[in-house]
Structure formats: C-alpha cells, structure tokens
Design a protein around this ligand. Structure first.
Ligand SMILES: [Fe+2]
Length: 196
C-alpha cells in the first residue's frame, strides 16, 4: 500500500462495519460463517498440531522418516488435514549445524492448519524483507544468537508449498514421553526463529 493509499484507507473497524452493513442490506447473515471460522482458528488451527508431529518425530524414527519424505501424508496419518491448495507440507530438519527459517516474502502464508495462523511480526514487511537478506541479524534481534558456524537456510513459502521446521530435540529431553515433549515445542520453534 502506498503512503497515499494508507492515508485514504479507513480504520479496519470502519471497513468491517461497512462490510457488515452491506451484508445486512442484502438480508445476508455472515455471523454463523464467522463463528465457524473463529472456532477453526481458536480450536483447530493451533500450533499444538505441529507440536504433536514434532514430538512423534522425535520419538518414532519411522514416523520421522515419513514426515520428512511427505509431510502432508504424515500429518494426515495423525489426523491433521490441510486445505487442498496447500499441496505440499515440506518439513525442514534442523541439526546442530543447520537452522531452517520460514517466511512468506509476498504476504503471510504458513501451513496454518498445522503450525497455527502466523503471528503479527511474521506478516510485517520488516520481517519478510529482512529475514532473507540478513537472517542472522534478524534472528539475533529475535533472541536467537547462533554461532557463526551454524548455517541458516531461509525458505520462502508459496501458495501450494508450505513449510514446518522440525527443531532439534533438546538432549536433556531424550527419553521423555511423546505427551511430555508436545508441551515444549513452540510455534516460533516450528517457524525457525527460536530453538526448542
Ligand atoms: Fe503469503
């Protein structure tokens, strides 16, 4: 949006009110659809889904291999679906020497049914533009200081290819149950801007 357009655009509340008024004027009631969408966002599209995939991958080598080979099918195996246009879920395996980071330089795409809707900073032009050019600096600013020998790989999401980072399992948690591990996996860890 240009500065000129930014000055002209009404605040979001007024734009929403105008859309609602347009629906009302036509006798349409979007309330049920909005409530259904809110339920999806709050209860279904939550980072805990991805956390469960990570915890299973950490404790089940065969599942880990399937998750890395075809994330979408492995997620479906655990009962997690993705919209049809998310044709691929590519799972990026972190190692002590490699840190994968995801972004969407165009807008805000994520594998939202798996790792949750994107946080506000992920949608900011600041993150989208800088993480690809000065990823080490951006990660440091976000609290992740990586030794210079750690390679950073930045992956730009597209409409049909979505990503999830598979964090390195903290050594002190080796041997924990899958249920216990789920609780330590964070959304930021699956975006790649934090380590677990
Ligand atoms: Fe996007």
């Amino acid at each position: 949006m240009s500065d000129h357009e930014a000055r002209r655009a009404a605040p979001v509340e007024r734009r929403v009110a105008a859309i609602e008024a347009a629906f009302d004027a036509r006798g349409m009631s979007p309330g049920a659809a909005i409530a259904a969408f809110e339920r999806l966002v709050d209860e279904e599209w939550v980072p805990r889904n991805g956390a469960r995939l990570v915890a299973k991958a950490w404790t089940d080598a065969a599942f880990r291999a399937r998750l890395l080979a075809d994330g979408r099918t492995a997620a479906a195996e655990m009962g997690f679906s993705m919209p049809p246009h998310h044709r691929h879920l590519v799972v990026l395996e972190n190692t002590p020497a490699v840190q994968n980071v995801i972004c969407c330089t165009l807008c805000s795409c994520t594998a939202f049914s798996i790792i949750g809707l994107p946080p506000d900073w992920y949608k900011d032009l600041e993150y989208r533009s800088r993480v690809v050019r000065e990823s080490r600096t951006v990660l440091r600013e976000m609290g992740l200081e990586l030794p210079p020998e750690v390679e950073i790989r930045v992956w730009d999401t597209t409409a049909d290819t979505r990503y999830m980072v598979l964090p390195v399992q903290p050594p002190e948690t080796i041997g924990w149950s899958e249920d216990r591990l789920v609780d330590i996996v964070t959304r930021d860890g699956m975006i790649g801007v934090a380590r677990v």
